[in-house]
Design a protein around this ligand. Sequence first.
Ligand SMILES: O=C(O)Cc1cc(O)ccc1O
Ligand SMILES: [Fe+2]
Length: 438
Amino acid sequence: MSDPKYLSGFGSEFASEDPRRPGSLPEGQNSPQRCAYGLYAEQLSGSAFTAPRNENKRSWLYRIRPSVVHKPFKRSAIAKYLTHKWDEAEPDPNQSRWSPFSIPTSEKVDFVGGLHTVCGAGDPRARNGIAIHVYLCNTSMDKSAFYSSDGDLLIVPQQGVLKIKTEFGKMEVAPNEIAVIQLGMRFAVAVDGPTRGYILEVFDGHFKLPDLGPIGANGLANPRDFLTPVACYHDEEIPGFKIISKYHGALFEAEQNHSPFDVVAWHGNYVPYKYDLSKFMVINSVSFDHCDPSIFTVLTCQSNKPGVAIADFVIFPPRWSVQENTFRPPYYHRNCMSEFMGLILGSYEAKEGGFLPGGASLHSMMTPHGPDTQCFKAASTAKLEPQKVAVGTQAFMFESSLSMAITKWGAETCQKLDAKYYECWQDLPKLFSDKINV
Ligand SMILES: O=C(O)Cc1cc(O)ccc1O
Ligand SMILES: [Fe+2]
């Protein structure tokens, strides 16, 4: 794949035409009687037709064949650990931590075959809920494309670059970058070797940039750093090409005899995109106290309750820590939101050991958590100088207002759950004293 090109911006109206077919994008209308070059016009809707203008999302694709040219969908046997059965394992309110999920070595597994659901809640049929998956693969998808009819996919690569072919064009997404592929968008993933990452799937709404409030007009993830691919079509007859749909939490396959990546031109505001996490402009306290991690929100998928997210994507980037008279790491807390964390690179300040790249943790609704003993001791006695923290690291959190259940794969089959996680807090000392200054 040659270096992909991108359009910059978030939520914009974009337009793109493959230079091999100049004039393929109709001017001034969407559905000409006959499209240029014998193309078919197809609308992809990401919101109800009648959604308010600022929520309305759709794109028009001008393609060699309309997507409807396919044989019937049949249930697929791949990805047997992709599930929305939230009652498979007993409910478990404990703090959970997983060692790095294993990438298969003895058999060839592609991105879709390597999807495993770790936890989630809700139901795509009611368009309410989320699922958190990991992908564990080593082989490129061949003669197949995937889309979710259930939700938008926020993909967080941890190991290995993803070369993603989409209907809109090509994206290359490396660890420390993310990609968002929204409901219904078809894509295929090529990889170079052992590949691992995390996926947050939201069954309703779309990801937005958080409001900035008093921060002002700039900061956090800046809109122009979001990149959308440019049109790039493949005119290929491919017998037995499989379109794989995730529908109601199950996979289905339909055959067609051509590439679905046959879009010559497109325009609209419903697009896939990627973002480099190193571009995040970090805001934090420059006086005292530890800010809530919402200051690190990259993208949010809001519920209908004001300020309450179905899920936020939050990162813990390299930054200066300068607060005076402050316990600087995360505070001890109990949260009315669920916190799923993963680690892309390095280590996480509240848990230097045990929480490793490619692993994960889940602190469920109201389950207490916070720094381990070692972190508490170090941070409560440290000399408080300006210090660059999280250098060479990137932890992230999917924070959700939903109360998530762990799947049977997450609880048992993966064999990565650390039964001794709770021990990291057990020797927190009692420091209570009759002296006011300890
Ligand atoms: O639990 C965690 O590690 C995530 C987290 C970080 C932080 O700085 C404050 C609150 C919080 O939940
Ligand atoms: Fe937390």
